[in-house]
Design a binder for this molecule. Structure first.
Ligand code: SIN
Length: 489
């Protein structure tokens, strides 16, 4: 069966994918459409509407119109819609996961996991909607009363990435809707279908017209210019590269918008000699190769204490060499394709630089086939902190192993980067675990834990890895304004 036929069978109804603006689906004003392709096969999957600036403006109008009525819907009623949407996502998990694998390439088992992960943000923030507490503050004057109210920020724009096409939307949209904000979303052009499917589900769950608008487009510039120029858009949340994040910081100045930025990482994964070696090997495997290494939090540099370097390298390499590369729809696949040719070129460049600098290949090291985006999972021995593969985010299935002697040395290597999103440390020494947790300059630290991400915990980075936090109790603060009210009796 062709990819397009599998997709057709997964879609609810047989409508072409349009823009979700205000009261429903519509084509782009200029009639434009663009093609979504399967990165595993190169096959044409579907066509979606290609919005221009006037469509973005219409989406902002719809979100601004819906704001006054949505922001006063009682919190339990907002929460009920979010919980219903999460329930529908889980009911439709197989269908949504198939759509995701077709457009993004990740193995079906991972796509199923992402749908559950995405739904968990709606459920968690439904709970948070019911706990948007204000404050009273004791005044120093007898007839004064000091109060703090927490109110929705307003219309929020969200620019989301292709690596987690569903969860990176709900991690922003869940708290926004819970807080009483309305939204205009631009999903990545490579993976718009998961976003549009989520739009259908939110409507099915009873989300009122105009509260969530989804604008697909190929060129991000008209979208960002329109949202940043519009005074009614009070906040922009972006997940993507640090390079683009910096441009958005500049653009936000003109209308002083709030920003949440989840940007690049360069995660160190540190294995001490006192670690449980099998747990460290499994952890490194999970952290490095989830989504074919295309996650912002994935291990980018694996530091192994010299006394166990050979033993770790041997066990790790055996496991990596056994990973099956292929189409994510095949149940045996654990490594899908890279998202595009640009991604493959970067991986090639990093591996070539490492080899030129003296690293050697323990397994992998090349494309699985010359003409496609499949890269064989790779382990590089004798990598050094100065190689490109250790300085830049590779975003691919390449694991450089770097030796170190002691704690001070590895902490120095780990923190010597402008990035600070996630770091990992494997040790059985409790004191060392604390020292590392406190010394690593990162927003997320996994101690003997390779997959710390969860809806209940804050996700975000230090330094050039971003601004603000998504998820966890602080996730909803990003979508709330504090209003101080001072009252004389
Ligand atoms: C990301 O790569 O940005 C998200 C990964 C996660 O939520 O664990």
């Amino acid at each position: 069966m062709t990819d397009a036929r599998i997709l057709a069978q997964t879609m609810l109804g047989n409508e072409p994918y349009g823009l979700l603006i205000g009261e429903g689906w519509r084509p782009a004003t200029g009639g434009g459409r663009f093609t979504v392709t399967n990165p595993a096969t190169g096959d044409h999957l579907a066509e979606v509407a290609d919005a221009d600036a006037s469509d973005v403006q219409a989406a902002i109008d719809a979100a601004a119109t819906a704001l006054p009525s949505w922001s006063i819907v009682p919190a339990p009623a907002r929460a009920a819609i979010l919980r219903r949407a999460a329930g529908l996502m889980l009911e439709e998990q197989e269908r949504l996961a198939t759509v995701m694998t077709l457009e993004q390439g990740k193995p079906l088992a991972e796509a199923r996991g992402e749908i559950a992960y995405a739904a968990s943000f709606l459920t968690w923030f439904a709970g948070e909607a019911e706990r948007i507490y204000g404050m009273t503050i004791p005044a120093s004057i007898a007839n004064k009363r000091l109060l703090v109210l927490r109110q929705p920020v307003g219309v929020c724009a969200m620019i989301t990435p292709w690596n987690f096409p569903s969860a990176m939307i709900t991690r922003k949209l869940g708290p926004a809707l819970a807080a009483g904000c309305t939204a205009v979303i631009k999903p990545a052009e490579q993976t718009p279908l998961s976003a549009l499917e989520l739009g259908r589900i939110l409507r099915q769950a009873g989300l009122p017209d105009g509260v969530c608008n989804i604008v697909t487009c190929q060129d991000p510039i008209p979208f960002s210019t329109t949202i940043f120029d519009d005074e009614r858009v009070r906040k922009v949340s972006f997940t993507g590269s640090t390079e683009v994040g910096k441009l958005l910081i500049q653009q936000s100045a003109a209308t002083v918008k709030r920003l949440s930025l989840e940007l690049g990482g360069n995660a160190p994964f540190i294995v001490f000699a006192d670690a449980d070696l099998d747990a460290a090997v499994s952890g490194a495997l999970a952290s490095k190769f989830r989504n074919a290494g295309q996650t912002c939090v994935c291990a980018n540099r694996i530091f192994v204490q010299r006394s166990i370097y050979e033993a770790f390298a041997e066990r790790f390499t055996v496991r990596v060499a056994a990973m099956q590369v292929g189409n994510g729809l095949d149940p045996a696949t654990v490594i899908g394709p890279l998202i595009d040719q640009q991604a493959r070129t970067k991986v090639e460049r990093h591996v070539a630089d490492a080899l030129a600098g003296g690293a050697s290949i323990l397994t992998g090291g090349s494309a699985a086939t010359p003409e496609t985006q499949f890269w064989t999972p790779t382990v590089l021995a004798h990598a050094t902190p100065t190689m490109l593969v250790a300085r830049e985010e590779t975003f691919g299935p390449v694991a450089p192993l770097i030796g170190f002697d002691d704690e001070a040395e590895v902490l120095g290597y780990a923190n010597a980067t402008p990035f600070g999103l996630a770091a990992y440390c494997y040790t059985r020494d409790l004191s060392r675990a604390w020292r590392m947790a406190e010394g690593l300059e990162y927003g997320i630290v996994g101690i003997n834990d390779a997959i710390p991400s969860t809806a209940q915990a804050p996700f975000g980075g230090f330094k050039q890895s971003g601004l603000g936090r998504e998820g966890g109790p602080s996730g909803i603060d990003e979508y709330l304004e504090e209003k101080y009210v001072s009252m004389v009796l």
